[in-house]
Design a binder for this molecule. Structure first.
Ligand code: GLN
Length: 516
């Protein structure tokens, strides 16, 4: 609905006014983190520098703020209750009956305060919809924070204003109801952001202001835009930042946004560039690949061409429903996307074979890279039946195998090899061309990796490791000699930002343009 982008935009505007800012996402679900959630349900799992598996909104916050956040910037019901229950077991509430109010709400407040203690402002996004049972403890905690310090807390209500298909009229009823619902639990919003396909009509604005007991200047319009990066500028124009600053008793200076504006202008004016095949299995929900899609936009501004994305659903390939010859005819480059599990693996491998044989520049990310290794093992190195242990535990040639450190892991949640780790790049490789650095810190999320046992065999057909982890035992990337066919075990997309595009995605886009 756009709350994530509004939160990120609010944080950016305040930061560019000269304040130190952090952003927090509250997810009222009972999962401790996003670790075991399917990308079909919530989109991509975003990985933080410290290895948190978080909601994808943290990705927006990091991209807007150009700032690393931590796993603690994502608070869930699961995390809150886990703490409260452990405290109870330790005897910290000795003699008391532990209740939602005050124990759970106190825990929520202390978690919010803990992550924000070193910042001037924390922008906290409360997920879900007002009125959800799960969200109540969080809203109650927010209300209490306001009671404790009214001058320190501002409530911004983001609500949908749908457009009636018959008359084209903007309907403010749902918004009126959610404001009432908020008031019922003791929260009076200080500003309203109306999400609507079109800019807010004066009539609708007037109505919203009246029903919300707010002046019209406190109602802001958040219409559909082509790029999310435009939203802070849309809000800026309406003086949103001034209202927030004034309410928080901050100086309402003009935000410094020249570089941001330049980025947005370039982005909007980019010529259409090469066609890139996006090879994956969660292609129905593009949010599953949010950071990769955004990385390509950042890189596009750097290289001056906007790629066109063509989605290839590998399970359809597997079922023989996709004519690969036809599908790849107009493709200039391909990204083999990350993934988990055995579904779609054969479709991926078949697609990779086609890409390699046609010499189409191909970049593999994590699982995508692993499947590229399987493909080369089978079709170039003659290891028939080669596979990843994740896909086929009984494969005669486990060219991708469970990491040693993963052998004794019992829990599924939060136990992958996670977060930023040093990657040592071998000089003279394509990866070196991309980064021009010996050591880079990139983020990880995996349990399996290229099996060093098969490296000699793979090297004999030209497939080389181009980077290792710090210990020199975990391959971090591969590339095929004489061809634009490379992949990495890590996820460079998590660190790509509008004004600091990822070196690897930029390199890949240049590589594709060279070949197009
Ligand atoms: N499933 C693979 C692994 O665990 C790759 C994960 C991914 O693509 N993020 O190693």
């Amino acid at each position: 609905m756009g709350k994530g982008i509004v939160t990120a935009s609010t944080a950016l505007l305040l930061k560019r006014m000269g304040y130190t800012v952090t952003a927090i996402k509250i997810d009222p679900y009972v999962n401790v983190d996003a670790s075991t959630m399917s990308p079909y349900a919530h989109g991509e799992v975003f990985v933080t520098e410290d290895g948190g598996e978080t909601d994808l909104d943290l990705g927006h916050y990091e991209r807007f703020l150009h700032q690393n956040l931590t796993k603690d910037n994502n608070i869930t019901t699961g995390k809150v209750f886990r703490e409260v229950i452990e405290k109870e077991r330790r005897g910290e509430y000795l003699g008391q009956t532990v209740q939602i109010i005050p124990h759970v709400t106190d825990q929520i407040k202390s978690m919010i305060k803990q992550v924000s203690k070193d910042f001037d402002v924390a922008v906290v996004e409360i997920g879900g919809t007002v009125g959800d049972i799960e969200g109540l403890p969080f809203l109650e905690a927010a209300r209490q924070m306001w009671v404790e310090r009214p001058e320190g807390v501002v409530f911004v209500h983001v609500a949908l204003v749908p457009i009636l298909s018959t008359t084209g009229e903007q309907k403010t009823k749902p918004l009126q109801h959610s404001v009432q619902e908020l008031r019922r639990i003791g929260i009076q919003p200080n500003a309203i952001i109306a999400r609507s396909p079109k800019p807010l009509e004066p009539e609708a604005r007037k109505k919203i202001a009246l029903y919300s007991s707010l002046p019209e200047e406190a109602v802001f319009s958040d219409p559909d835009v082509r790029f999310v990066y435009e939203v802070p500028l849309v809000l800026l124009k309406q003086g949103y930042h001034k209202r927030i600053a004034r309410l928080l008793k901050l100086q309402a200076t003009e935000p410094e946004l020249e570089d941001w504006k330049e980025f947005v202008n370039t982005l909007k004016e980019l010529e259409e560039g090469p066609t890139i095949a996006m090879v994956g299995k969660y292609t129905k929900l593009k949010d599953s690949y949010m950071s990769i899609i955004e990385s390509l936009k950042h890189a596009a501004v750097k290289v001056g061409k906007m790629p066109k994305l063509k989605w290839i659903e590998v399970r359809e390939v597997e079922k023989g429903k996709v004519d690969l010859e036809e599908a790849l005819k107009d493709v200039d480059g391909a990204i083999v996307l990350p993934g988990f599990g055995e579904k779609g693996a054969e479709g991926k491998i078949r697609t990779i074979k086609e890409l390699r044989e046609r010499g189409i520049p191909t970049l593999g990310i994590c699982y995508g890279m692993q499947m590229m290794v399987v493909e080369v093992a089978r079709h170039l190195a003659g290891l028939e039946g080669a596979n990843s242990e994740e896909v086929d535990p009984n494969t005669p040639y486990p060219v991708v195998a469970l990491l040693k450190e993963q052998k004794y892991v019992k829990y599924m949640g939060g136990t992958l090899r996670l977060g930023a780790k040093a990657v040592r790049i071998i000089k003279g490789t394509r990866l070196w061309e991309a980064y021009r650095k010996e050591v880079v810190m990139e983020r990880h999320r995996h349990r399996y990796d290229v099996n060093p046992k098969y490296l000699d065999k793979l090297e004999s057909v030209g497939l080389r490791v181009n980077a290792w982890d710090e210990s020199g035992t975990i391959p971090e990337g591969i590339e095929l000699e004489g061809q634009s066919f490379y992949g990495v075990q890590f996820h460079p997309e998590y660190k790509s930002r509008p004004l600091e595009p990822s070196p690897l995605y930029t390199y890949f886009l240049k590589d594709v343009l060279k070949n197009a």
